[in-house]
Design a protein around this ligand. Structure first.
Ligand code: NAP
Length: 493
């Protein structure tokens, strides 16, 4: 089924090894009517291969498989559930280079970034392999001394997992890891642009010994038509979604019908605040990481830089110098720092946001235009004196564009930082301990990077407040999203 389009032998070998069908009940099978669609390389805008294009009936078959596997999987010994995840962690680690190349081909991020994501993704399996055996309950004497309380935790049941294209594997392992550890079966639907990393991951889980039906994979170009019947199906008990806030809102409404347990990791609009007492070298390094990780296509990407007026010019100049040095190209080469954006829509959106800011008076220090090529490249860009009315002050840029605004007053910058519907992450650079704690407490975000430009870590609770989502992924609480609490009132004692 794969239509090989690349002439590079290693790329061809990596592509040929990936399954391209749907995984339902432990079997790879074509979509109804043998429907397929082409997966594109965003660096060349040419097809890489074709994969199955599932219909709503295929999706309901996957729900059937997940629901049939659920009772036995819930009884599966936690140690064995953990060991499957551990073996998958080891297989991903062994195949690190091939998986990174595959991710770069379908998503565009440079190899170094793909390697980092594969490591990050695998760590969720290692973390949750350890958590599988730590699902505990509680036993206590009722306050009046009569009777006892027993509290137990049980898998919530079959889950629908929906993931975006920007972290094609990590957004999957962050959901699949806790689902498997908790004893839940699942149907996962990756983004249509990046199905290959998920298909490769599912193949690894089968090799690691995952029983049939525990994880089912549906690739499709009909996201809404395929997801809605699954979410409304009474056999499903859980929805975990990562993606945009607009789609998240629609899915909450759909989930209301079956009163699903819902976790949502949605959009962000992260402020990055640099106070006048900050270590400027550290702030510049942190800013490059917070802005340029994943070419800016991250929910955690710094979207608005607020820099104290005493440092703003030097900060902007140093960021512009660093941005101007970055090498743009197809990420499969180790000599590339910045890959393409995911598609034409994303490229157009970044271009529009920059044009809008410039038309309102922002100044371009570097970049500011598309980069030539058949793929979807945009030049790393630094804008200064960005007015608050500019669209990129309130919309997610999702591209390599740093928008810098000077400030002088602490309370005013906190108010500006919080003046958004989003609340995923904020970044703060200061060497004053009291200020650090005062501002951290005042920022309305689920996560804060304090003198640090990267917050993502499988051992930490990742998630947002306000319109950035519900629930947390990773850390000790990540498994809670896939567990229900049952309380038993014991009489006669
Ligand atoms: P998106 O359009 O919301 O898509 C995310 C997923 O939802 C994809 O699998 C997509 O499938 C599917 N989808 C789209 N429309 C749907 C619908 N009507 N019903 C059901 N499923 C639907 O988001 P995106 O543009 O791909 O991803 C970028 C967004 O994700 C950004 O807002 C980013 O901040 C957010 N994000 C958040 C986190 C976090 O942890 N908070 C992490 C990463 C990304 P198709 O691809 O087939 O359309």
């Amino acid at each position: 089924m794969t239509h090989q389009q690349t002439s590079h032998p290693r790329e061809s070998a990596v592509l040929q090894a990936v399954p391209t069908q749907l995984l339902i009940g432990g079997k790879w099978r074509p979509a109804t009517g043998e429907r397929t669609y082409q997966v594109e390389d965003p660096a060349t805008a040419t097809p890489l291969c074709s994969v199955a294009d599932a219909t709503p009936d295929d999706a309901l078959d996957a729900v059937t498989a997940a629901s049939q596997a659920q009772p036995q999987w819930a009884q599966h010994p936690p140690r064995e559930r953990g060991e499957i995840l551990r073996r998958a962690f080891e297989l991903i680690t062994q195949r690190h280079e091939d998986l990174a190349l595959l991710m770069t081909m379908e998503m565009g991020k440079p190899l170094a970034e793909s390697r980092a994501e594969i490591t990050y993704a695998a760590e969720f399996f290692r973390w949750f392999s350890e958590e599988a055996v730590r699902i505990s309950g509680d036993y206590s004497v009722a306050p009046n001394g009569s009777g006892r309380f027993l509290v137990m935790r049980q898998p919530v049941g079959p889950a629908v997992l929906i993931t975006p294209w920007n972290f094609p594997m990590a957004m999957g392992t962050r959901k699949i890891g806790p689902a498997i550890a908790a004893g839940c079966t699942a149907v996962i639907k990756p983004a249509h642009q990046t199905p290959l990393s998920m298909l490769a991951l599912a193949d690894i889980l089968i090799e690691a010994g995952l029983p049939d039906g525990v994880l089912n994979v549906i690739t499709t170009t009909s996201a809404s038509a395929v997801s809605e019947p699954m979410i409304r199906d009474p056999r499903v008990r859980k929805l975990s979604f990562t993606g945009s806030t607009a789609v998240g809102r629609a899915l909450i409404e759909q989930s209301a019908q079956q009163v699903l347990k819902v976790s949502l990791e949605l959009g962000g609009n992260a402020p990055f605040i640099v106070f006048d007492d900050a270590d400027l070298d550290a702030a510049v390094d942190g800013a490059m990481l917070a802005k340029m990780r994943n070419t800016g296509e991250a929910c955690t990407a710094a979207n608005r830089f607020y820099v104290h007026a005493d440092l703003a010019d030097e900060f902007a100049r140093r960021i512009a110098d660093r941005m101007a040095e970055l090498r743009i190209g197809r990420g499969v080469s180790d000599n590339v720092d910045v890959g393409p954006l995911i598609d034409q829509n994303q490229l157009n959106k970044v271009d529009e946001l920059v044009s809008d800011a410039v038309s309102r008076g922002a100044e371009v220090l570097t970049g500011g235009t598309r980069h030539d090529g058949p793929g979807y490249f945009y030049r790393p860009t630094v804008l200064t004196n960005v007015p608050v009315e500019a669209r990129l002050s309130c919309e997610e840029i999702f591209g390599p564009v740093a928008a810098i605004t000077p400030f002088t007053d602490e309370q005013a910058v906190i108010d500006q930082a919080n003046d958004t519907e989003y609340g995923l992450v904020s970044y703060l650079y200061t060497r004053d301990l009291q200020r650090a704690l005062r501002v951290t407490e005042a920022l309305q975000t689920g996560m804060v990077g304090l003198n640090q430009g990267l917050v993502s870590n499988p051992a930490a609770p990742f998630g947002g407040v306000k319109h950035s989502g519900l629930g947390r992924e990773g850390g000790k609480v990540g498994i809670d999203e896939f567990l229900e609490t049952k309380y038993v009132a014991i009489g006669g004692l």
